[in-house]
Design a protein around this ligand. Structure first.
Ligand SMILES: Nc1ncnc2c1ncn2[C@@H]1O[C@H](COP(=O)(O)OP(=O)(O)OP(=O)(O)O)[C@@H](O)[C@H]1O
Ligand SMILES: [Mg+2]
Length: 259
């Protein structure tokens, strides 16, 4: 069992813009968790509990006040110059809204090629080959390459966002509410796609969602966050059958039962 990502006593605070209140908001409070290579780990909890902030810390978009994040056993804050360059390729992110996360002025071909242009020295035919590979893997046709994002449905756009995230062959994919903006039937397709990628690529996924139904179907393990703290964590089946915390029970009781 190889641990890919580990947070140790991670605490993240934001400056509070509303001065009438206290100076800072503690968005993540002393969170320690481990994500095992090849698993889908879901972070659940209601709006504002700190899920996205934790993801942002992993992608180095925010700095913690205290604590540490280890990736492949090494603190991401003590990276060498070369590791600093490699790390962003290993951790890729897919966001909730596929309408705003893709540049509307770029054709799909350029959207997929851009990460390769920035991060690799590959030649055009090699880049084209990788682009074709991720297209096939995410269920897109090659004729979509000459089109712009607005010519696609929400579900297809999310496939494009996933293809772009995969093009650099990351170790960890962070998907922050990737299906919340989609219709139920499209949600299922994207969830199945993520599940298949886990097996085909041995991809590790940090899946952020407040939808316990989706989590039940997709995740191997679940962590429940409440006001910045990780209050409970277990295998998905166990958490659904034997939730310990009252808050977890409440979250689960709001899940409609699907046959
Ligand atoms: N840039 C920021 N500046 C100040 N406060 C912030 C900032 N980003 C988030 N917060 C606050 O930090 C807390 C955690 O926010 P975060 O976005 O991580 O929650 P979340 O669990 O992802 O919520 P949601 O389910 O709505 O996406 C909230 O109280 C939020 O208002
Ligand atoms: Mg969020």
């Amino acid at each position: 069992m190889e641990i890919l990502l580990e947070t140790n006593n991670l605490t993240i605070e934001y400056k509070n813009i509303n001065k009438a209140d206290k100076d800072s908001i503690r968005a993540v409070d002393n969170v320690s968790l481990k994500i095992i290579k090849g698993e889908i780990y879901a972070l659940a909890g209601e709006s504002g509990c700190g899920k996205s902030t934790l993801a942002k810390a992993v992608t180095k978009l925010v700095l913690p006040k205290s604590g540490d994040i280890l990736f492949e056993g090494k603190s991401i804050y003590s990276h060498s110059r070369n590791e600093k360059k490699e790390y962003p390729k290993k951790v890729q992110m897919v966001f909730q809204n596929p309408y705003s996360s893709l540049n509307p002025k770029m054709k799909i071909y350029d959207i997929l090629k851009e990460p390769l242009d920035i991060n690799t020295k590959l030649k055009k035919p090699e880049k084209d080959e990788l682009i074709e590979e991720v297209l096939a893997e995410t269920g897109l046709q090659t004729d979509c390459l000459s089109l712009y994002p607005h010519e696609f449905s929400g579900g297809q756009r999310q496939r494009i966002a996933i293809a772009r995230a995969l093009i650099l062959n990351p170790e960890l994919l962070i998907a922050d509410e990737p299906v919340s903006a989609l219709d139920a039937s499209i949600q299922a397709q994207i969830i199945n796609l993520l599940k298949s990628l886990k097996y085909k690529r041995d991809l590790t996924i940090l899946f952020i969602s407040h939808d316990m139904n989706v989590i039940k179907y997709l995740a191997d393990r679940v962590g429940i966050m409440y006001y910045g703290s990780l209050i409970e964590e277990n295998y998905t089946g166990t958490i659904f059958r034997f939730p310990k915390e009252e808050y977890t029970k409440k979250l689960l009781s709001s899940v409609p039962v699907l046959k």
